[in-house]
Design a protein around this ligand. Structure first.
Ligand code: GLV
Length: 382
């Protein structure tokens, strides 16, 4: 394998991941709902934002350190919760959490992960964050919250925008499942990715670790996919958010806010942060990009709640632009998955390094030294 240090951009990692990960799982990451218009807009709208070039400003002693929900972070970039991460690479969530810990950024584990909460806790020393999907079976939800507490998770990230799954055509066409089915098509996809397959044979974690063996009547995955469709609670309401907040009792982040009215309601709950997000364009196709909604949402909530952003971040420049428009922190989902698919833990580290370098150099060339001082004045707003 070519050294990861020759990957200079997230796009380089994506190209390598495409060569190493079976198509159905690579496509699962690289997909949006329906026309994928919102997925594309997330990236395109970042590219349209222009920066002001400044010169003859002292660039020494720069710092990217900041805080997200009161936790110190090496840079304001957390790993987003992503489903089926352990299918991009064997034991993917454990490797991602270790890379994030070593780098000094938060790692968020998805409810729909392959490695379980306990698996990730067993390989990390610092607390990670846990993302919660709310199922109709409230005992199971209570149990998940209890497991996240027992594992020492320091924040609960409650996803609000996926009570019904947006349709991603690629997943339907690929017949996505974890583990893959043994049809000739699926066997071919796996056989043509021998390194992935060998590593996957070396782990026992090939199904949804937080669910199988914990939720009632779910012992294998064929029942799990229908169970997921049946079990996500389409009646989730602001009252449930209050209940979850009480049940959890710790730092709470509300993910999936894309509307000013919802942002104000989220601030009213007393949660610690919101994530401006359209689920990476995977849910409501036709919604605006996350970055285009950020200024309105920041205006709507003022300093009542910390505002974070995900969706479309492919570089440190994008991180800087989000900070300039008022985000206190950002999340990377696909860049993380591409790094993981390209090279396991080292690949995730490489993705973080790429973003750090781009963030640092861009900040310097905009004439700034401290990431905490970034504001709209670094943008050329025409
Ligand atoms: C799950 O969160 C997904 O978007 O697939």
């Amino acid at each position: 394998m070519r050294s990861l240090s020759t990957a200079l951009t997230i796009a380089d990692l994506k190209a390598r991941a495409r060569r190493r990960v079976p198509k159905m799982f690579f496509d699962y990451a690289d997909s949006g709902a329906w026309t994928e218009g919102t997925y594309r807009a997330n990236e395109a709208d970042f590219a349209a934002i222009k920066l002001r070039q400044r010169v003859l400003v002292d660039m020494t002693g720069r710092s990217l350190q900041s805080e997200m929900i009161g936790e110190r972070v090496a840079m304001p970039v957390a790993i987003a919760p992503t489903g089926m991460t352990g299918m991009q690479h064997a034991d993917g969530e454990m490797l991602g959490a270790r890379a994030a810990e070593a780098f000094g950024v938060p790692f968020t584990l998805s409810t729909m992960s392959i490695c379980s909460i306990e698996d990730v806790a067993s390989v990390t020393k610092r607390p990670f964050w846990f993302q919660l999907y709310v199922m109709r079976d409230r005992d199971f939800v209570r149990n998940l919250i209890g497991r996240a507490k027992a594992a020492g998770c320091s924040a609960l990230v409650l996803t609000l925008d996926l009570q019904i799954l947006g349709q991603r055509h690629k997943d339907l066409r690929n017949g996505l499942s974890a583990p893959p089915k043994w049809t000739p098509k699926h066997a071919w996809q796996v056989a043509t990715r021998p390194l992935w397959a060998m590593e996957m044979l070396g782990t026992k974690r090939r199904s949804f670790g937080n669910i199988v063996g914990h939720a009632k009547n779910v012992s294998d995955l064929s029942s799990l996919s229908s169970w997921t469709a049946e079990q996500f609670d389409p009646k989730l309401s602001w009252d449930d958010v209050a209940w979850i907040k009480r049940e959890w009792g710790g730092k709470l982040i509300l993910k999936g806010i894309l509307d000013s009215e919802d942002a104000r309601a989220a601030a009213d709950t007393g949660a610690d942060a919101i994530i401006v997000s359209n689920h990476g364009g995977r849910q409501l196709d036709g919604a605006r990009s996350s970055i285009s909604m950020l200024p309105r949402i920041v205006d709507a909530v003022g300093d009542r709640i910390e505002v974070h952003l995900d969706g479309g971040i492919r570089s440190g420049q994008d991180v800087l632009k989000a900070l300039a428009l008022g985000a206190k922190g950002t999340y990377i989902g696909r860049p993380f998955l591409y790094g993981l698919g390209a090279g396991g833990q080292d690949g995730v580290t490489r993705a973080l390094e790429i973003i750090r370098t781009e963030l640092d150099v861009t900040m310097a060339l905009c004439g700034r030294r401290d990431v905490r001082d970034i504001d709209r004045s670094i943008l050329d707003e025409g």
